[in-house]
Design a binder for this molecule. Structure first.
Ligand SMILES: [Zn+2]
Length: 287
């Protein structure tokens, strides 16, 4: 019931954003002004209205509630405007030490910026601190900020955080000091941007060489799934990955036959040569 209603609202948003795709529309009356791409805040509100009505739940801070939930990327509009006029640089460091994307056998859902220990890290936009906590062996000391524009940012590995959960913060406000807590080697900031729980590459939004932000004249970032989430095929490919653990006497030929693939394909997936020796216990990706 609930998801059906959401789907209907989303459909309405999509149709109103792209009426020219409707074969019954009169092309001659379709002008630039006749459709509008929703902004993230409007999208929030349409979503919030439903959850309040159907779950009889209300909160003084609707955007905070919504940001707790994640939505599958497929249920978001193809494009959205995200208000970024209050942007302030996060750090003065330009040293990106690890980029967004596939990193070994894992996907790195953010970027790492090398920042001297103890340097100030600032919030890129205004918002509310949703989480300020500690994760051993992972993010270390980290925070999640729900920004007023609807994005969320995750910042991790602080030596010290300077804000508390529920605290309202402004763009450019100091939120923590750089460090190396959690799974980290050397002082750095792990930075993620999320839209309803869906991480995207922060470099799509911010140029860390110039600290400038990729927005239009009105200060909005134009999010399109095609560009902002261009990493999606990579991620799906990665989710499909499956591994075989080599047993005594097995060769690449055995493994290829067992999984209905070729030796050449196995070599490409694993970055090995057909003549490579495989050892017992080794994990071989076959898909
Ligand atoms: Zn990282």
């Amino acid at each position: 019931m609930k998801s059906a209603t959401i789907a209907l609202i989303l459909l309405t948003i999509c149709l109103s954003a792209f009426p020219q795709a409707d074969p019954t529309a009169t092309p001659s009356t379709t002008t630039e002004e006749s459709y509008k791409i929703p902004d993230l805040i409007e999208f929030f509100q349409s979503y919030t209205a439903i959850s309040e009505e159907e779950e009889e739940f209300s909160t003084p801070n609707a955007s905070l509630l919504i940001s707790h939930s994640s939505l599958p990327l497929d249920s978001l509009p193809d494009s959205l405007y995200i208000a970024c006029a209050d942007y302030h640089p996060i750090t003065t460091s330009q040293r990106i030490t690890s980029r967004f994307g596939i990193r070994g056998a894992r996907f790195h859902f953010g970027i790492d910026i090398g920042i001297p220990y103890g340097d100030t890290i600032r919030s890129p936009f205004s918002g509310t601190v949703r989480l300020a906590t500690y994760q051993r062996g992972g993010y270390g000391r980290y925070i999640i900020i729900t920004h007023d524009n609807g994005l969320e940012s995750v910042m991790a590995h602080f030596s010290r955080t300077l804000v508390k959960e529920g605290q309202k913060i402004s763009a450019g406000q100091a939120v923590g000091l750089a460090g190396s807590t959690g799974r980290s080697t050397g002082s750095h900031l792990h930075l993620e941007f999320r839209l309803f729980g869906n991480q995207f590459n922060p470099e799509k939004l911010i140029d860390f060489n110039t600290f400038s932000i990729n927005t239009q004249e009105d200060g909005c970032y134009f999010m399109t799934k095609a560009d902002t989430y261009s990493h999606r095929p990579q991620l799906e490919e990665m989710k499909r990955a499956a591994y075989h653990r080599v047993r005594s006497g097995e060769t690449l030929s055995h493994i290829a036959k067992r999984y209905g693939t070729s030796i050449r394909r196995l070599c490409a997936l694993n970055g090995i040569k057909e003549t490579s020796i495989i050892r017992i216990g080794q994990k071989i990706r076959y898909r």
